[in-house]
Design a protein around this ligand. Structure first.
Ligand code: CA
Length: 241
């Protein structure tokens, strides 16, 4: 199991430091954020395994951060740090998809136990992809190219490769345009830019079609109505240890 990366969003310096130190001592890789704006930016970044999120935050409320995080990274684990007596916040947070919560003041021991439990549930060892194929072609994401048996080699742009990689990593579910924007472009807000996603997917689809014009390459990317996209039956991923 790789070392887990945890983002701690908490405005109270003493609590933030105490929590972060306890996590670092336990061997986690910790990033600290003192308000909701920096908190969202850090929490939505790539490679984050868990977010500890205070609810009462300056600049941007913790539940607001949680709501947008759910749009951009629907499966990112979040533990809320809540004040005693704010049951309403906890219930709202859990309904919005928080994985767990701890009530202040908490002990390092209690927090670490919750962190461990959530990570045990959510961190899977990442299987290595041996190959990704579409029709008779081989997709090489490291080299950003699609190789056809006719020796034709089609280059993927960095963005196209990133979109494809995210769809393959999440091929058991549909991925929204907002999520792709957040994960590939790093943009936290929805809006007009979602059309950029459609444009890149259209180009990507064209590149995943047999260039000889034979029409029987199965669909590599499926459109999910009113939501976004999903890796289609045409993408065949072989995994190994
Ligand atoms: Ca606070």
């Amino acid at each position: 199991m790789p070392k887990a990366r945890i983002v701690v969003v908490e405005d109270e310096p003493a609590i933030r430091r105490g929590v972060s130190d306890a996590l670092r001592l336990t061997g986690y890789d910790v990033t600290e954020a003192p308000d909701g704006v920096i908190g969202f930016a850090e929490a939505s970044g790539n490679g984050v395994d868990l977010v500890l999120l205070d609810v009462m935050l300056p600049k941007r409320d913790g539940l607001d951060v949680l709501a947008e995080l759910r749009r951009v990274c629907p499966l990112r684990p979040v533990i809320l740090l809540t004040a005693r007596g704010s049951e309403e916040d906890r219930v709202r947070g859990l309904k919005m998809g928080a994985d767990d919560y701890v009530v202040k003041p908490f002990s390092a021991k209690e927090l670490l136990a919750r962190v461990e439990a959530v990570l045990r549930r959510t961190m899977k060892p990442v299987p290595k992809w041996i190959s990704i194929e579409v029709g008779t072609a081989i997709i090489d994401l490291d080299r950003r190219e699609v190789r056809w048996p006719t020796a034709e080699r089609i280059e993927l742009s960095e963005t196209e490769a990133a979109v494809l990689k995210h769809l393959i990593e999440n091929r058991d579910r549909a991925v929204s345009r907002e999520e792709l924007l957040g994960r590939v472009w790093g943009i936290g807000t929805a809006g007009l830019e979602t059309r950029a996603v459609d444009m890149h997917v259209a180009r990507l689809r064209a590149k995943l079609k047999d260039p000889s014009g034979s029409d029987d390459t199965p669909e590599a990317i499926v459109t999910v109505r009113a939501l976004g996209y999903m890796a289609g039956p045409g993408l065949v991923v072989r995994e190994g240890k």
